[in-house]
Design a protein around this ligand. Structure first.
Ligand code: HEM
Length: 576
């Protein structure tokens, strides 16, 4: 009401001023005409009704304009009332209706490399349209820092896809559920009960024993090799095997599971088949995810029904593991020291039910998120580490010297040695700098915010070009060269935990990867054991092909990594 009154008084006095001062002005003709018209109308009965109608309409209009103005002002200022920019980040040229810039992708060029070239043209923050999704692409340390510090709560949702929705219980999953109390609780449980340094220490023996199984197997491959010459090993497969051994053991308690995949045991082989299918289908581009208008075309490809079929198999597998765990708990077989992550989740869910959520689904989704987060990622990273080492033999030699100095040649490397192996640690960081698995990090804004001086509207997707960031010449000297030494000298203080925005292989902010310590501890142990215990070579001493693959969600090496392996320690040390 107050606004209407205010508007009314402004309206009246304004008209009056006009009438008074414009008598001889060219405008005065019309103004005095209106004045005269109103005068004569006053004589008619309807004059007051008309005047009332006119002023009420004007008042309503002005009130609306006033409210609109307030709303615009509110959009233009943040929670603290500071003025927000109205500037929009530049939009890349070449967007098509419906598809946006999607048509530019899908060729042989890797998306992160294409976006890096575009950033050189449009700047460190620019906008694109992926189908109907407006997306802000950022690739500069300062701007990325703004996203994950001042604006972190805004950017704390991760967009899902049809594949993840159908196959990974995304709404109940720590990896995809929207930021909020449920996510916070799941994240706390996963961190405290599986991924914290304390928990990693507690399950150290289990982890190391699973690594040992694979090393024993590697040694036996050489031992049974004719004439005990170097044996050629498919290292990509071997890394998958060892990472599955460790992750499946600590999460669902199954021993030597990854090794059984190779030996052909039914359950392990079935698991591998199902998980490979999840990864394959998750990499299939679905039009409905980008341009809902064209979503009907997905029907012709049949991927959606394949996803549903596979989701059923994933669920059956997890359900049978859950039933096994419940039976064991009922029979009292599980002691506290033998508890795996699924056991821990079961006991937590017995006491702490999430309202409106099915406990079994929450357990299955969390277990699946940990398996998916922990296996492929570490195996692919190890493949990159060894590929780079084979192409930089001086680095390999220096790492072996560090091991010989700290560990000697009379015993195997232990978990406790890792903290002293600074050069090895630098090799891992340098590899993750050059070949980040998540070359593009994706998030979504929940609210309007400002990034790099540009207005970002709620619902906009954020794409951080980690690959470009980690090769930025203003942050890194000789950025395209493999130089682990940089992490011992000029970049010694930079780590991978998400606090240094020029190096983000595990992401940043609230949704940073919770498995950083788990992954580093595991990868450093495998790296140390392998280069300490074996001489490594390539067939014909050739360089390893470093082509990155355009398929899938992680940035992996396109071709196999076959290495020649020969033990370098006394044979009695291989009886792990
Ligand atoms: C070399 C190994 C690994 C790499 C490079 C990696 C990388 C990443 C990245 C880039 C993200 C997204 C972070 C963000 O949005 O800011 C992520 C999320 C996640 N990772 Fe990892 N990861 C690795 C190992 C692991 C392991 C070992 C686990 C668990 C056993 C794990 C579990 C997860 C989970 C659950 C999330 C989702 C977190 C959330 O949304 O709250 N990751 N990881």
């Amino acid at each position: 009401m107050t606004f209407i009154h205010l508007a009314l008084s402004i309206n009246t006095s304004h008209n009056f001023t006009l009438l008074k001062h414009n008598s001889f002005h060219p405008f005065s003709v019309s103004v005095s005409f209106s004045f005269q018209t109103i005068k004569s109308l006053r004589k008619m009965d309807s004059l007051f009704v008309l005047l009332q109608w006119f002023s009420t309409s004007m008042a309503a209009l002005l009130a609306l304009a006033f409210l609109y103005n307030l709303w615009v002002k509110a959009r233009m200022s943040d929670n603290k009332g500071n003025k927000r920019s109205t500037k929009q980040a530049p939009m890349a040229a070449g967007a098509w209706p419906v598809l946006g810039h999607l048509h530019l992708f899908g060729g042989s060029e890797l998306p992160h490399k294409m976006l890096a070239v575009m950033a050189d043209k449009y700047g460190p923050a620019f906008t694109m349209k992926f189908g109907t999704h407006r997306t802000l692409v950022v690739s500069n340390t300062q701007i990325v820092k703004e996203c994950f510090t001042a604006n972190d709560t805004h950017f704390s949702n991760r967009p899902s896809t049809t594949a993840f929705h159908l196959m990974t219980y995304d709404n109940d999953s720590v990896a995809f559920t929207p930021y909020g109390p449920f996510w916070r609780e799941l994240r706390k449980i996963s961190t405290l009960k599986l991924l914290s340094n304390h928990r990693l220490q507690a399950i150290k023996d289990v982890r190391v024993s699973e690594v040992n199984v694979c090393f024993k197997d590697l040694y036996n491959q050489w031992k049974t090799n004719q004439n005990k010459r170097p044996v050629l090993v498919d290292m990509k497969k071997w890394f998958e095997e060892v990472s599955n051994n460790v992750v499946i053991r600590v999460i669902v308690g199954k021993q030597n599971f990854g090794s059984k995949i190779v030996r052909g045991e039914e359950e392990a082989v079935k698991y591998k088949k199902i998980m490979d299918e999840v990864l394959r289908l998750a990499a299939v581009p679905m039009l409905s995810d980008m341009a809902p208008l064209l979503g009907w075309l997905d029907l012709f490809q049949g991927h959606k029904s394949a996803m549903k079929r596979n989701a059923k198999e994933v669920d059956n597998m997890l359900e049978s593991w859950l039933e096994e765990h419940k039976r064991k708990r009922l029979s009292g077989v599980t002691g506290a020291e033998e508890e795996d992550f699924m056991d821990v989740m079961l006991s937590i869910m017995e006491e702490n039910k999430f309202t409106g959520r099915d406990s079994n689904t929450v357990i299955k989704s969390t277990v699946l998120a940990m398996i998916m987060g922990g296996t492929d990622t570490t195996a692919v990273s190890l493949t990159w580490i060894f590929s780079l080492l084979m192409n930089n033999r001086h680095v390999l030699k220096k790492a072996q010297e560090e091991l010989d100095m700290h560990v000697g040649k009379d015993r195997q490397v232990e978990d406790s040695d890792l903290k002293n192996l600074v050069y090895l640690n630098a090799i891992v960081k340098e590899t993750m700098r050059m070949y980040p698995l998540g070359a593009l990090l994706e998030r979504e804004t929940k609210e309007d915010c400002e990034v790099g001086g540009y207005q970002v509207r709620a619902g906009t997707r954020l794409l951080v070009n980690v690959w470009k960031l980690q090769r930025d010449p203003s942050c890194w000297t000789d950025p395209t060269e493999f130089k682990p030494e940089r992490f011992l000298t000029e970049n010694a203080k930079i780590d991978v935990g998400g606090q240094h925005f020029e190096l983000l292989p595990f992401g940043a902010g609230r949704r940073v990867c919770p498995g950083v310590s788990f992954a580093l501890q595991f990868m450093n142990l495998v790296l140390a054991r392998l280069i300490h215990g074996f001489e490594l070579g390539t067939p014909m001493d050739a360089d390893v092909d470093l082509t990155e693959s355009t398929e899938g969600h992680v940035n992996h090496k396109a071709t196999p990594l076959d290495l020649l392996i020969t033990p370098r320690l006394d044979s009695k040390l291989y009886d792990y």
